[in-house]
Design a binder for this molecule. Structure first.
Ligand code: FDA
Length: 390
C-alpha cells in the first residue's frame, strides 16, 4: 500500500493549490480526481478567461453561517498574493470591472500555472478513477480508488459542491464530512438565474433584454445588469441576489437607478407632449420601456397624466417587485451555498476540530463568495491555509 503525507481529494482550484503548497513544503502529496482532467471548472470560468480573483476581497463579500470564519484565511492569502503568483508565471491580466481580474488570454493558463506549481512540489496527480472507499484507522486515512488503496495521516476534502453536475460535480464532500461526524449546512444553488411564473411570467417575453438595475433581496443590494430570460431573470445583479434569496422572498429591481425623486414630474413640465413610453425608451431598451408602460397602465402624453400617477409610476419603477417561483437549480448554479459546517473546522488550518488530520477547503465548505472572482479567492486562501498546516 502506497504511503503519502497527505491525500487530497478533488483536483479543482482548491485541491490543486493546496497540493502545490504542501508539496513545495516537502510533503509527499497524492492529488486524486474522478474527472479525466484537473481544473475543469477553472477552464470554463469567466467565459473561458477565468476571473481568478477580486481586488476588493473582504470577508463581508462571503455568505456563511459564521460570517467571521473566512477572515483568517483571507487575510493570510490575499488577492495581491495570488496576483503576484499569476505575474510570476508571465500571465497577462486585466481588471474588467468592480475589481474583477481576468486573464487576457485563457483560463488554460491558470490551470497550467497550478499544474506547474504542483510539479515543483512533486505532487502525484491521478485523474479518472472513482474513489470507492475512505476509511480512518490507527491515525491513517485509507483511500481506495481503481484497484489501489493508499494511505496518509492527512486527508483533504476538496471535491467542491454539486453545482453543474454534468461537469462531474458531486455532493461527495458532504457524504465524506458526515462519515466523519461533521455537520453540513443545507446546500442550495447560488449565483443562479431565478424563474418567474404567474403574472411575472409576462416579463419572459422580454427574453434577451438587459439593463442596469439595483437588485435587492432582504438587506442585499447589487447595482449591475439584470437580464430577462425565457425562464425568468438572470444577469450579474440577479445572480448576486440569488445567493441571498430563499423560496417565497421578494426580489425588487430599481430601474433607472440614477434618476432623482420627481424626475417624471420634471419631464412632464419640460415636455408635456411627450409620452411616458418615449421618455422611458430614451433610457431603457425599447421592449422593456413598452412592457413597463403597459404594466404601469399609463398611456398618452405626460401632460395628460396626473402628478399623483407619475409619482406612483416612479415609485413602482424604483421598487419593481418579483416573487420568483424558484431558481434554475444546481444544473445552472455557478456555486453552491451552504456545505460543510464551519463550526467543526479551524479557521486557521481548515482542519476538523474533532478529527485530527482531516481538512476541508474550497467550495465544499459553507463559505460562498459574491460573483466576480471571490469564490476562486476563497479556494486559494483556504487551500493555502490547509497546505501550510498538513
Ligand atoms: P471545484 O469544483 O473547482 O473542484 C472540485 C473537484 O473535485 C473537481 O475537479 C471534481 O471533478 C472533483 N470531484 C468532485 N466529486 C468527486 C468525487 N466524488 N471523487 C473525486 N473527485 C471529485 N469563480 C470565480 O471566482 N470566478 C469565476 O470566473 C468563476 N466562474 C465560474 C463559471 C462557472 C460556469 C462555474 C460553474 C463556476 C464558476 N466559478 C467562478 C466558481 C468556481 O469555479 C468555484 O467556486 C471553484 O471552482 C471552487 O473550487 P473547488 O476546488 O472548491 O471546487
Amino acid at each position: 500500500m502506497s504511503q503519502y503525507d497527505a491525500i487530497i481529494l478533488g483536483a479543482g482550484a482548491a485541491g490543486l493549490f493546496c497540493a502545490a503548497t504542501a508539496g513545495q513544503r516537502g510533503k509527499c502529496v497524492l492529488l486524486l480526481d474522478h474527472a479525466d482532467q484537473p481544473g475543469k471548472k477553472i477552464l470554463i470560468s469567466g467565459g473561458g478567461r477565468c476571473n481568478f480573483t477580486n481586488l476588493h476581497t473582504a470577508p463581508d463579500r462571503y455568505i456563511s453561517s459564521n460570517p467571521h470564519f473566512a477572515k483568517s484565511a483571507l487575510s493570510r492569502y490575499t488577492a495581491a498574493d495570488f496576483l503576484a503568483l499569476v505575474e510570476s508565471h508571465g500571465i497577462a491580466w486585466h481588471e474588467k470591472t468592480l475589481g474583477q481580474l481576468f486573464c487576457d488570454g485563457s483560463a488554460k493558463q491558470i490551470v497550467a500555472m497550478l499544474l506547474d506549481e504542483c510539479a515543483k512540489g512533486s505532487v502525484d496527480l491521478q485523474c479518472g478513477e472513482a474513489i470507492s472507499a475512505v476509511e480512518h484507522a490507527d491515525g491513517l486515512y485509507r483511500v481506495s480508488y481503481g484497484d489501489r488503496t493508499v494511505q496518509a495521516p492527512s486527508l483533504v476534502i476538496a471535491t467542491g459542491g454539486p453545482s453543474i453536475p454534468k461537469m462531474g460535480a458531486t455532493g461527495f464532500a458532504y457524504d465524506l464530512a458526515r462519515q466523519f461526524g461533521l455537520k453540513v449546512v443545507q446546500p442550495r444553488p447560488a449565483l443562479v438565474p431565478l424563474t418567474l411564473t404567474g403574472e411575472d411570467a409576462l416579463f419572459r417575453d422580454l427574453s434577451g433584454v438587459s439593463t442596469e438595475v439595483v437588485a435587492r433581496c432582504g438587506k442585499a443590494a447589487f447595482r449591475e445588469a439584470a437580464l430577462f430570460t425565457h425562464r425568468g431573470l438572470s444577469g450579474p445583479a440577479i445572480l448576486q441576489v440569488s445567493s441571498y434569496w430563499q423560496r417565497g422572498d421578494t426580489v425588487t429591481t430599481q430601474f433607472l437607478p440614477d434618476r432623482e425623486e420627481g424626475w417624471l414630474k420634471a419631464a412632464k413640465r419640460e415636455r408635456p407632449k411627450t409620452s411616458l413610453r418615449k421618455v422611458l425608451s430614451e433610457a431603457l431598451p425599447d421592449r422593456l420601456a413598452e412592457a413597463l408602460c403597459e404594466r404601469l397602465g399609463l398611456s398618452g402624453d405626460l401632460g395628460n397624466l396626473s402628478d399623483k400617477a407619475l409619482a406612483a409610476a416612479e415609485a413602482k419603477l424604483a421598487r419593481w417587485s418579483f416573487v420568483p417561483s424558484g431558481s434554475e437549480g444546481f444544473a445552472k448554479a455557478e456555486v453552491t451555498a451552504g456545505g460543510i459546517d464551519t463550526a467543526g473546522l479551524s479557521s486557521k488550518t481548515m482542519e476538523a476540530r474533532k478529527v485530527p488530520g482531516l481538512y476541508a477547503i474550497g467550495e465544499a465548505v459553507d463559505v460562498t463568495g459574491w460573483l466576480g472572482g471571490y469564490n476562486f479567492q476563497w479556494a486559494w486562501a483556504s487551500a493555502r491555509a490547509a497546505g501550510l498546516a498538513i
